[in-house]
Design a protein around this ligand. Structure first.
Ligand code: 8YV
Length: 322
C-alpha cells in the first residue's frame, strides 16, 4: 500500500474506530494516532477509561455514530467517514457541537456506477444463470432461454447526484432513454425529470436506485413503485437497503409484479433473506459498489487526509453539510 503519508506531528491524538477499517488504513492511522478499535462495543469498561481522551471518530459508510456515543466523548473534534454515504452518523448532533463530519465523495463514482450498469446487464441478460448453465454442462442438451435486451431501452435513475450522473453517462453509451427523479430537477442535466419514483417507474424498463440512505428515503421504493415498474421491469439498488421496502420487493419478485432485480445492498447486511438468495430472477452482490483496491485506497487516503487536515489546522477536504 503506497500513498498515505503525513507530516510528523508531536502528540498522538486518540481516535475511536467504530467499524472494521481496511487494514492499510488502520496501519496508516496507527503510524500517527492512537487508535482504539471498536472498544466501545468490545470492552465498555476500557472504553470508559479512554473516552475522555478521544478526539476523533473513524467510521465507514455503514457504521452507526449516534448522538449517545458522541455524548460520551467530551473532547470529540472530528468524525471522518470512509464512504460517501454517512446515513448512520447523526450529523445534526455533531454539528450542534461544532464537530465536522467528512466523507469520501467522487473517488468511488466510477466503481459504483460501473457496478450499477453491471448489475443491470447481469440481471437482464441472465449472466450468472448462463454461467451456471454452462458449468452444469446443460448446453449440449440445447440452447438456454432468450433474455432481455438492454441497449436502447428506458432507464430511470432515482437520485441524480454525482453517482446518478455517472450511471446516466454510461447508460447514454448504451443509447438508453434516460429519465430521473430527485428532490428537485437538476439544472446541470438534460434528462427528463419526474417528481416522484412512481411516475418515473411507470415509464421505464430499468429503475436504478442511487439515493442517500436515511429517514428521508426509507422505504421509498414500495409496492406502488414496483407495480408501476411492472412485470417487464427490473430494479437495481446500489444505494442503501433501507431505500427499498425489502419484504415488499421479495413478494413482487416472487409474484411476477416485476421481472427481476440486481441488488448490492440489503436491509440487514450482511444477512440476506433466504427468499432472495433462492430466487432465479435476481443477481446479488455483497455491498461491493466501491469494492476495488484502487477505489478503496483512494477512499482511505481521503479519510486519512481529512483527519490530517483537522489535526494540522488545515481546511478539511470533504466536509459534509448536513
Ligand atoms: C462503504 C459505502 O463505505 O461509500 C459508501 O457509502 O457504502 C461503501 O463505500 C464501504 O463499503 C466501506 O465499508
Amino acid at each position: 500500500m503506497t500513498g498515505i503519508h503525513a507530516a510528523d506531528e508531536s502528540g498522538r491524538p486518540e481516535l475511536l474506530a467504530v467499524a472494521p477499517l481496511m487494514p492499510f488504513l488502520m496501519e496508516a492511522l496507527r503510524r500517527h494516532y492512537t487508535v482504539h478499535d471498536r472498544i466501545h462495543m468490545s470492552d465498555p469498561a476500557a472504553f470508559a477509561g479512554v473516552a475522555p481522551r478521544i478526539r476523533g471518530i473513524v467510521a465507514n459508510g455503514e457504521a452507526k455514530v449516534p448522538r449517545e456515543l458522541m455524548a460520551q466523548l467530551p473532547r470529540l473534534e472530528i468524525i471522518s467517514v470512509f464512504g460517501v454515504g454517512y446515513d448512520g452518523v447523526d450529523v445534526a448532533a455533531a454539528h450542534e457541537r461544532g464537530v465536522p463530519v467528512t466523507n469520501t465523495p467522487e473517488v468511488l463514482n466510477d466503481d459504483v456506477a460501473d457496478l450499477a450498469i453491471g448489475l443491470m446487464i447481469a440481471v437482464a441478460r441472465r449472466i450468472p444463470q448462463a454461467d451456471r448453465f454452462v458449468r452444469a454442462n446443460e448446453w449440449p442438451s440445447g440452447p438456454i432461454a432468450l433474455s432481455r435486451k438492454v441497449s436502447g431501452s428506458r432507464l430511470g435513475v432515482v437520485g441524480m447526484g454525482r453517482i446518478g450522473q455517472a450511471i446516466a453517462q454510461r447508460a447514454a453509451a448504451f443509447r438508453m432513454e434516460i429519465a430521473y427523479t430527485a428532490r428537485s430537477p437538476r439544472a446541470n442535466v438534460n434528462y427528463t425529470y419526474y417528481p416522484d419514483a412512481v411516475s418515473l417507474a411507470a415509464v421505464v424498463d430499468f429503475l436504478v436506485v442511487i439515493t442517500p440512505g436515511g429517514a428521508a428515503t426509507r422505504g421509498m421504493i414500495d409496492a406502488r413503485v414496483l407495480r408501476a415498474l411492472g412485470p417487464e421491469g427490473y430494479l437495481v439498488n446500489v444505494a442503501r437497503g433501507s431505500v427499498v421496502d425489502e419484504p415488499v420487493l421479495i413478494d413482487a419478485l416472487r409474484d411476477g409484479v416485476i421481472a427481476g432485480a440486481g441488488l448490492d445492498v440489503f436491509a440487514n447486511e450482511p444477512h440476506v433473506p433466504e427468499a432472495l438468495r433462492s430466487m432465479p430472477n435476481v443477481v446479488l452482490t455483497p455491498h461491493i459498489g466501491s469494492g476495488t483496491r484502487q477505489t478503496r485506497e483512494a477512499m482511505g487516503q481521503l479519510t486519512f487526509d481529512n483527519l490530517r487536515a483537522h489535526f494540522t489546522g488545515a481546511p478539511l477536504l470533504t466536509p459534509v453539510d448536513a
